[in-house]
Design a protein around this ligand. Structure first.
Ligand code: ADP
Ligand code: MG
Length: 242
């Protein structure tokens, strides 16, 4: 039997003030696949992710998780029931909660069950010994790992990541990208990673969806998209960014 995509979006559209910001975006992400939505600032990447997360409503189009319709103009599963994990640039750790409290935040079950799951997830990101600390006591990279553990703890079917590494200094970034990727690969979740940096997409993606002016203009394996850009605008995007 054919595998069901973890995430499928069909023809998503959203306008602000009469301007189409997301203009008919369709995508499928399979289990274990990392797709990068890559494109210049302002092309509609975050709006696309926000609609999938359920914090922004589309004007039209459908969203499916595991083949189940979670959102169209009639049906609307609330964000917390979409089984989607989020790592957004501005979606920081809760400062008043310990590392344990942060990772336990979206979990259900008894105290002991939650504790066991928190320990397991912190183990996976090599942060067990920080369990009782608070976010301000951690470095940027450590906070990032806790945020990853928090997002993965409820076993989301799909992970949405919006420029998750942009707040880190250059020195750390490559290491954390690689580490994050290897943890995501162990989870077999589908990942949609938004970035405006070709380097990041080349490093992390199984597939790149190149976005411009609210549309996906080219999609494929990173090497193919990079070496065979569709048009001058794509060439300019790849060369400007480097
Ligand atoms: P990206 O993440 O690719 O940089 P965004 O999806 O954040 O792009 O934004 C795409 C465009 O939509 C931008 O021009 C932005 O100003 C506009 N936009 C996003 N959200 C809103 C909003 N709530 N109201 C009006 N315009 C918005
Ligand atoms: Mg954005």
């Amino acid at each position: 039997m054919a595998e069901v995509p973890r995430l499928e979006i069909r023809n998503l559209r959203r306008s602000f003030d009469g301007r189409a910001v997301v203009d008919g975006v369709s995508l499928q992400i399979m289990p274990g696949q990392v797709t990068c939505l890559l494109g210049p600032s302002g092309c509609g990447k975050s709006t696309t992710l926000r609609m999938i997360a359920g914090v922004e409503m589309q004007d039209s189009g459908e969203i499916y998780v595991d083949g189940k319709l979670i959102c169209d103009t009639v049906t609307r599963v609330p964000p917390e029931r979409r089984e989607i994990g989020l790592m957004f640039q501005d979606f920081a750790l809760f400062p008043h909660l310990s590392v344990e409290g942060n990772v336990a935040y979206g979990l259900r079950g008894s105290r002991a069950e939650k504790r066991a799951r928190v320990e397991e997830m912190l183990g996976r990101v090599h942060m067990q010994r920080f369990i009782d600390m608070y976010p301000h006591q951690l470095s940027g990279g450590e906070q990032q790992r806790v945020a990853l553990a928090r997002a993965l703890a409820p076993q989301p079917r799909i992970m949405l990541m919006d420029e998750p590494f942009s707040g880190l200094d250059n020195r750390l970034r490559d290491g954390i990208r690689d580490e994050t990727l290897s943890i995501l690969k162990e989870e077999d979740t589908g990942v949609l990673l938004v970035t405006h940096e070709p380097d990041e997409a080349m490093r992390m993606a199984d597939e790149i969806a190149l976005m411009r002016d609210g549309r996906i203009v080219q999609q494929g394996a990173p090497y193919n998209v990079y070496t065979r850009p569709l048009d001058r605008a794509s060439v300019a995007f790849f060369s400007d960014a480097n």
